[in-house]
Every structure is written in C-alpha cells, then in structure tokens.
Design a protein around this ligand. Sequence first.
Ligand code: PEP
Ligand code: MN
Length: 353
Amino acid sequence: MMIIMRTDASEAEIAAVVERVRNNGLRAHISTGEERTVIGAIGDGRSAYGFKDQFMLLPGVDRVVPISRPYKLASREFRPENSIFPLNGVSVGNKEIAIIAGPCSVESRSQLMETALAVREAGAHALRGGVYKPRTSPYSFQGLGEAGLEILAEARQTTGMPIVSEVMREEQIPLLIKYVDVLQIGARNMQNFALLHAVGESQHPVLLKRGMMATVEELLMAAEYILSHGNQRIMLCERGIRTFETSTRNTTDINAIPVLKDLTHLPVILDPSHSTGNWNYVTAIARAGVAAGADGLIVEVHPQPEAALSDGSQSLKPERFAELVKQVKAVAQAIGRDVAPAPALNSSSVKIA
Ligand code: PEP
Ligand code: MN
C-alpha cells in the first residue's frame, strides 16, 4: 500500500510513519516527489493494506491507498513521475534520448578501441561490450572475461564513455562493478531471481532486458526484485520476443514501449539489434522505437561485422551507425524530444595498437 503524506508533512512525521511501517514487519520505500512524500509499505506475502487503519490516523498522513498492480515499487501508481537514470550527462527518462552502442562482445583491444572511438564520434553516450556471453552453443565464443574488462576500462578512460556489460552470475558482480558502470541482465537471465536479488543488493545501475518469452508484467516483476533492495537505477529494455514469424531473429514488440511507459516510471530503451537480428532493419526499427516513446537505444556496432565473434549479422558498421544517430535525432525532434550531444572526448590523440 501507499501512505501518501500531506504536502506540509514534517520530516519527523515522515520518520514516524516509516518507523511504524517497519515495526509492523513491512518494508518502507520512500519516494520523495516534487510536492509530497509517498511511503510504500510492502509486505512479504501478506497484504500490507490490512494495516491501513493504523496509518490513517498518524500525524502528517493524507491518505492510504492500495497498489492494485502485482508489481508495487515499479508501478506508476506508486511513483507517477518518471524515474531518471543519469548516464554521462543524459537524464534517461527525461526529454533527451540516450544512445548506448558498441560491439556485442569485446574481442580485442584494437576492435574495442576502434569501435568505441567511432561510436563516440557518431554521438553515442555510453559503450556496450560483453565479456561474459550467454551463447546458445557451449562451443561458441564465450567472452574474454577479466581481460575484456581491462580493455573496457581503457576505452572508458580514453573516451569518457560509461560502460554497459552483461553479468551472468552473482559471483561476477564484485569484479564487474570495479570496471562497469551499468550491469546488464540479459534476456536469458531476466527471471534468474538469485541474480536479480544480487544486482539489487549491489546498488549498481542496471539495464534489465526483457526475456524473449516474457510478458511485460513479468519484466516489471523482475524489476520489482531489484527495486525491493532500494536500487532504483534501472533501465528496462525491449529486445524483441519470440513469435511465429521467422523472417527476423525476434519480433520487436513496439507496443511494449508505450505500454511500459504507461505502467511504470522506469525508463524504457529499445535494442533494435537483437530485436531484428539483421543490420539492414536496425535503423528503421530504431526510428520506430523512438517514435513510439523509447527513452534510449542500445545498438550493436562492429568495424568488421563479417569477422565478428558474435552477432555480426545484426551489427552496424560505424558509418551506418552514424547515419542511424542522425535519423533518430530527426525523429526525436519531430516529437519534441532530442538526442543529447555526446560529451567531449577525454583525449584527442588516441593511438590504436
Ligand atoms: C547482448 O546484448 O549481446 C545479448 C546477449 O542480448 P540479449 O540478452 O537481449 O539476447
Ligand atoms: Mn549480442
């Protein structure tokens, strides 16, 4: 349930309500809005709303209302205003569109540095690159692991771009958070509840991808796991779902973008690379995603897609990515949004070995 405080409630009144919530064995999640504070009182299994009478009479409380959705902290009922995810000068969830780009996998220093410089030049705000790869075959390239993280750290140092990289197992979290600014939970792990708890506890920013066979509600329940630990820096990502259609790798669920924007305050980004599986469709679907209201994009880029160790067929060459950014900017401006200019490079004379 939500305990909605009066606009003139004092700090002491808010603290007293939070204490009463905890004394009842419920968890208190405080959301400080522009006008008033809302305290989410979440029970473990029990209906927290059963406690409502106790709270109605406390000083500073305006009203107590149930949260009707199964996800509580993720719902717009709990937090009507957009949550903002700060990413390299862009407030993701606000007016400006954020663009994350880079290879599917970190393969070598030269591949990563060349891609990083090219995507930054084209206007990307953050760099993606997997070092732990969830591959369908155990014989496919599995990622460079820690050696790849060192390469990502160098790219961050050189370009100033924050790093997004996938975490596959809880044990990887302490190492990853030394190098990575945003932990990606991949589609295959969206319902790995132990991992969701662990990234929630880490308090590290998270990019949570929708499972390829998950409903929008299941995605929001997955986000709820992370939010339940007080970790609020989450971007949700639509990355295509499985349908009967075989002409593309997945089917981009464009509907999910406005649906998510309606149901949750969390920012929503689109991955047109995995959702199509074909570089030739990526730009069109990126445009569609932004037109539909996505707050950002995550796009796979590779200097030589034909030689890529993973997802070459859906990777854009750098010059095609630069064209994507231009087109997406035009779409964003047409709907009263924009693509933020990328912050300046850290160093202008970068050598690629
Ligand atoms: C990826 O981002 O490279 C990836 C494996 O994505 P997904 O989990 O959406 O398949
Ligand atoms: Mn990939």
